[in-house]
Design a protein around this ligand. Sequence first.
Ligand code: SF4
Length: 379
Amino acid sequence: MTIRMQIALPTEAPARRSLLEMDQAQLADYLAGLGQPRFRARQVWEWIYKRFAGDFATMSNLPKDLRTRLAAEATIAPLTLVTEIVSQDRDTVKTLFQLHDGQTIEAVLMLYDERRTLCISSQAGCAMGCTFCATAQGGLARNLTPGEIVAQVLYFARYLADPTLPPATVVTRPTSVTNIVLMGMGEPLHNYANVWAALHRLTDADAFGLGARHITLSTVGLAPGIDRMADEDLQIGLAVSLHAPNDELRTQLVPVNKGYPVDEVLAAVRRYIAKTNRRVTFEYALMAGINDTPALAQELAGKLQGMLCHVNLIPLNPIPDSKYQPTSDADAARFAQILREAGIPTTVRLRRGIEINAGCGQLRRAVNKAAQPGAVTIG
Ligand code: SF4
């Protein structure tokens, strides 16, 4: 599929005060500083988190002069849309957003029968250096703030709630975000405090209010972060990107494996399961001729024996010019079969949005390559 888009990377905008960085008390203090009564904070809070306002102008129960002042000095939508692409079958929407300092991040909405799953970013870029990943190529620019993480969800909450907003995908019920995966750009456990602050906002019944069990955090295997996660009160799901069952191969694919080898990661996962009694997902991106042989499937099955886990096999979303290519359907099925025969629950995930650069970091890479303003063809 080919989509023509106008791509014009906006220039850096002056930072306005993002209300998404504030909790309710901080918002009340801020509004009190503008001479407003305490109840205004509640009104603004509900506009943001319950009615998904993207613009102060829509806050009809606020005095007009307050709306004008807020629009001049604050923001509730700190992401500027750069590019938005809808897949041919209209079930995947990928967006590239620019942050106030010019950094760009991606988010992907996937529409399933009963689920509206949103894949969001936790960092601008990533420091983990996975050799098959487009995001890794630019390194880490910076951590996202809690408000920038939450803003990705609010953007799509607005979109799902209002079918007149672009893109013109026909969204049937449910018209709300039902699941979130922190599986976009960045390593969430490398930005722990901000990610957790965002997760509290997203799960707080008084804010966005999504059940923690509907959220999954995906890590490349930072063992201390997994241990820390096990002690959190929120029941956020854990997914670990394993991609190989032994250190020799995994270090080639996931360089951070040098610091956290396979057995150390799996030991942390075992401790996590013992503490939380929650099933862990292992993500395994299948790459033809690299990590998809029957012998490696056997080795993986041996490592995961007896664990409360599930393996999600994902044929790789290939990056142009990369030596890594996706495994064939037949080889993916064979790999899955070996795991299942060993008693490991396994699924082969559908690749979503290959034609719209839906793999992590791929849209940003394509847009940066075509950075001159004007019409660009991506596909
Ligand atoms: S795969 Fe994930 S952890 Fe690895 S470099 Fe890409 S974004 Fe970072």
